[in-house]
Each structure stands twice: as structure tokens, then as C-alpha cells.
Design a protein around this ligand. Structure first.
Ligand SMILES: [Zn+2]
Length: 485
């Protein structure tokens, strides 16, 4: 008997191959909303996203065979379900994870895909392992003089979290960094850190060699490269190293960190916190939201377990710390997979620009938020902010589509179902809470193909091309809209 088979028989030690990816279709999105509401504990990826697909609307989920049986029994006649793939069938095709260190501890700098000549090999090797993400940063430091930093909070398993600041100037000025990117918060979303590492590598290479960059059918000039670098970029390519180490070792679609504080002995999947429900944004959802919605979970076995308090986890505190160190950050993307969307604020309820009283800090509306179908509560957003963030999302997704020719959609984060404690909403809410800090426009990019957390090698490369075109367009649009208040 193979080891993988033995492991999969143990309850709770589920491997990726034990799960199925399914799509649910309905003509009326409210039927899918009902599916989410009555099956809130299912794994819908980063958050439930309903996509328009021709005349139908589509919702993706990852289910065990038992969950699938239960789900099928509970569906109304208006909802159709398709099994897309059994993860085990694709296991042979997954892009491999690197072994060893191709950057030799930082002696070699990574080189991206956009800086390669037509016909030049696009073989950048397997997905970066944990050590390689760090040595890639050190390689960029050695080759181009970027400024590395170690975030202050070590993870539960004692790992450091590394980031870097990049600018056109020789010396990094903390008040000249306006763009902030993070990735790897959901461990299983493979290729996220790689997208950022190779993007920054491309910018630096093109700047040094006075060249432009080409991503599929999308081309950027050297002037645009220099302009983008001048906006000042701060990034943490891998915010959740414990989770990624666990996922890369076990291929078990691990999403959370590895903090065991709230775990129960009988369920190995109760280890860890969903870091993207742990930020201080309406974190205490049972108080702030309507009881009929679950924007996070207080059950440690859930993939959306919100932790023991806002910022209870070192990983989220590290992401927050960057705003204090680089106080002029204005634009933020947290990079996730796998949907094909760019989500903008807000994520707790539908936007409205009419009634400022309906805002996330107003206790009068506690217990009323999050029901997207009603108008009892809708989240206030200033009209100009709304225009700016939507414009940016559309420009960026247009560039991603232009690069790869596949679909990417811009949409408000709440979609059909709310979330609490997410990184993008936290970034935008900081200024709403305290007007002395810079206003940040926060986004969640969902690269890749629905629920396809482990890409094939081809998909992995396409994801780098699509996202990198998007990142560059995003920075150029940010400059155009404005880097300051
Ligand atoms: Zn995610």
C-alpha cells in the first residue's frame, strides 16, 4: 500500500486527492446565495465568489465525497452541480515544488518572464520553495541593492517573515514607498509568492538594462518601468511561511497558519487560523453582522476560523506593521488564487455613497450588516473613492486580459456574500478609523483558474504573465489617480 493511500485513510489527514472541485450553476444568483447560506461551512476558496457565466451564474467549492453527497441532497431544482475534477486525477500534472536552492543563498538573482526575448526559454523551473523565496530576495539585494527587512513577529513554528522595499533611487526613503503587495497568506495558493518575486525581478532587470517588458500581448516601455519603480514598492512575498511549509510538504490543500492554540485533538484540520479573517475589520462578526450570515467562523475546524482576537496572529501583525514603517503606502494588493478576479472594497456589504451614517464603526447597525439582498444596511463609501477604486480594478483586469486572453473580472469584494477580518478591508478602513494615517485603497487579486490552487506548469507560467502585466498596470494607474491624499 502506498504511503499516500495509508494517510488518506486516517481521518483528518486529508490529502488534496481526497477532495473534489465542484461548480454550482443557477440562472438566478439568489439560488446560489441560498446554497452558501445553508452550507456556510463548505470550503469556497478564499471567499464565496459568484461568477457570471453566459446566461448562468457560477459558484465554486471544494468538497469531500461525503460533503458532496450531502450537498447534492440539499440542492433545490434551480441549482445544477458539476464535478470539475477530482484532485487525485490531476496530481501527476501539478507543477512541482523546487528542491534545494536555485539562487544559491542569494548569489544568483532571479529573472522574470517579462524581460525575456521572444524565443528565449521561459523555463524558470519549479515553484519556489520556502528557502528559495528568501534567497531570491537576497539575490535581488545583491544584484540591485534593494532593501530587505525582517518583520518583527516570528511565526508559531519560529520562522521569520521577510520583505523588501524597492525604489528607483539608490537609498530607500520610507516616506517614498506608495505601493504595497503581499502574498502567500493562504498557504495552498501556489505560485502567489512567485508572481511577486518575478515581477520585482523584471522591473529591476529592465531598469538596469534600459529595456521594456513584455507579458504575452501586453508591452510596457522602459519609461513606464522607471515610472513604476519611482512609485516605491514594498512587498512581503510570503506572509504565512508555516502554512506554506506544511502545504508544500503534504500537498493537503492547507490554507491556514499552524497555530495550534484552538485545535482539538481529534481533528488535525482544526490547527491554524484563517489569517484573512484575523484582521481588525468587523472581526467580532457575531456582534456586527446579521445572524443569518457567517463572514468568518468561530469553529477552529473551519477553513475560515478567525482566531482568538483581531490580530491574534503574528502573520497578520507583520502585515499591519508595514503600514507603520512605510506611512505613505496608498495602494495595496493581497495576492490570492484561484478565481480570476480583482476585488475592491468593501467586503462586508454592498457599497452606497448616500448615507455616511451606515458605516462599519456605527454600533447602531450592529447585527444588521452583511445581508446583500436587503437595504437595511449598506456600507458607506465616498463617491470619489468608489470611482477611483473601481477605475483601478477595471484598468488592471483589462491589462491582465490583454496579456493572456483569458477572462479576469473586476468586482466589489462582497459579491453575494460578506467577509469580515480581511486584509483588503482592513487596509481601507484604517483611515476611516483614524484620519491621521494615510488612506489606503486595498484589493484582493485572485489569480488563476477557479479552485485550481495547485496549477500545472503551464498554468503557473500563465499566472505569472497575467499577474505581472496586472501589477505593472496597477502601479501606473495608481500614479495616474494619485499617490497622495
Ligand atoms: Zn486566498
Amino acid at each position: 500500500m502506498k504511503v499516500s493511500t495509508i494517510l488518506s485513510l486516517l481521518p483528518g489527514c486529508a490529502l488534496a486527492s481526497d477532495f473534489l472541485s465542484v461548480a454550482l450553476y443557477a440562472k438566478d444568483p439568489s439560488h446560489l446565495y441560498n446554497v452558501i447560506r445553508s452550507n456556510s461551512q463548505l470550503d469556497y476558496g478564499c471567499k464565496p465568489v459568484v461568477l457570471r457565466s453566459q446566461e448562468e451564474h457560477k459558484l465554486h467549492a471544494i468538497v469531500s465525497p461525503e460533503q458532496l453527497q450531502h450537498l447534492k441532497r440539499s440542492l433545490s431544482s434551480e441549482v445544477r452541480i458539476d464535478t470539475l475534477n477530482h484532485f487525485s486525477k490531476r496530481q501527476e500534472e501539478y507543477a512541482p515544488i523546487g528542491s534545494g536552492d536555485r539562487f544559491k543563498g542569494g548569489k544568483i538573482a532571479p529573472r522574470g518572464l517579462g524581460s525575456r526575448k521572444p524565443g528565449e526559454s521561459a523555463d524558470i523551473g519549479p515553484i519556489l520553495n520556502l528557502d528559495e523565496v528568501h534567497s531570491a530576495l537576497k539575490g535581488l539585494e545583491k544584484e540591485y541593492g534593494i532593501e530587505l527587512f525582517t518583520a518583527p513577529h516570528k511565526t508559531y513554528e519560529g520562522r521569520e517573515v521577510y520583505g523588501a522595499a524597492v525604489n528607483k533611487a539608490e537609498k530607500i526613503k520610507k516616506d517614498k514607498q506608495h505601493i504595497y503587495f503581499t502574498s502567500g497568506i493562504h498557504a495552498r495558493e501556489r505560485g502567489g509568492p512567485d508572481n511577486l518575486i518575478y515581477f520585482v525581478s523584471d522591473l529591476l532587470w529592465a531598469n538596469k538594462h534600459r529595456k521594456g517588458l513584455t507579458y504575452g500581448n501586453k508591452t510596457f516601455t522602459n519609461t513606464q518601468v522607471k515610472k513604476a519603480l519611482g512609485a516605491g514598492i514594498v512587498f512581503i512575498p510570503l506572509t504565512n511561511p508555516d502554512g506554506v511549509a506544511h502545504d508544500q510538504k503534504n500537498s493537503n490543500l492547507w490554507r491556514k497558519n499552524r497555530n495550534p492554540k484552538s485545535a482539538v485533538a481529534t481533528d488535525p484540520r482544526s490547527v491554524g487560523v484563517d489569517l484573512n479573517r484575523n484582521f481588525d475589520f468587523l472581526w467580532n462578526y457575531t456582534l456586527h453582522f446579521d445572524p443569518s450570515v457567517e463572514p468568518a467562523s468561530d469553529n477552529s475546524s473551519s477553513e475560515a476560523f478567525y482566531g482568538t482576537g483581531p490580530f491574534s496572529e503574528p502573520e497578520t501583525r507583520n502585515i499591519k506593521w508595514v503600514y507603520d514603517i512605510f506611512p505613505k503606502i496608498r495602494w495595496f494588493i493581497d495576492v490570492h488564487s484561484a478565481v480570476g478576479t480583482l476585488l475592491y472594497s468593501w467586503g462586508d456589504d454592498i457599497n452606497q455613497a448616500v448615507d455616511p451614517e451606515q458605516n462599519l464603526f456605527n454600533p447602531e447597525f450592529d447585527g444588521k450588516r452583511g445581508v446583500v439582498e436587503d437595504s437595511v444596511y449598506r456600507e458607506y463609501i465616498d463617491e470619489e473613492d468608489w470611482y477611483n477604486i473601481a477605475l483601478q480594478a477595471n484598468r488592471t483586469t483589462d491589462a491582465m486580459v490583454a496579456a493572456g486572453g483569458r477572462s479576469y473580472a473586476a468586482s466589489q469584494a462582497v459579491g453575494l456574500y460578506p467577509t469580515s477580518g480581511a486584509s483588503d478591508d482592513y487596509s481601507f478602513s484604517r483611515w476611516h478609523k483614524d484620519k491621521s494615517v494615510n488612506k489606503v485603497y486595498g484589493y484582493t487579486m485572485e489569480f488563476g483558474y477557479p479552485t485550481n490552487f495547485y496549477p500545472t506548469t503551464n498554468e503557473y507560467l500563465n499566472n505569472i504573465i497575467d499577474t505581472n502585466a496586472g501589477f505593472l498596470e496597477y502601479i501606473l494607474t495608481a500614479i495616474e489617480i494619485g499617490l497622495k491624499d
